[in-house]
Write a protein that binds this ligand. Sequence first.
Ligand SMILES: [Cu+2]
Length: 178
Amino acid sequence: MKSTLKFAAIALLAASFSVPALAHDHSAMSKGDMAKMKKDGAQDAVKVGNLVFTDAFTRATLPGAKVGGGYISITNEAKEADRLLGGSSPAAARVEIHEMKMDGEVMKMRQLADGVEIPAGGTIELEPGGMHLMLLEIKQPLKQGETVPVTLEFQKAGKVQVNLKVEAAGATSTGHGQ
Ligand SMILES: [Cu+2]
């Protein structure tokens, strides 16, 4: 029993390493870009069609918390703009796109009901303190080290599943190399 479990763990580990490796496409990048990616810990880049997803993470929540944030950078390599319309997750009742903005001296959060455009060749950053995904009515606390699947919906690219890595509460990035 014990050795079976061990084997399963190794197989899982191998699978989790091979999937992102296949999705990597560094061919069009300069050495400078590669260095920057390493520094930022963006080796988790996953390419789906014309969209490149990096630094997908969320943060651990306290017991009883009803919401969690979702953070990810999305680059649109298509020749036409696309639009992130919304998302869904088995971990939450709803997923919305939110924006934080200073209103005088008060930081306010509002829903971007029309989503957010990603220009051709452009990148949007969903990050703490800025635009973010809001996981509402989460079904259980998000635990550090776990992964939260979120299906993002795009006007042109359709539905794409991304996996948010649960970082420590208060983390400001995926934390690689920090
Ligand atoms: Cu929010």
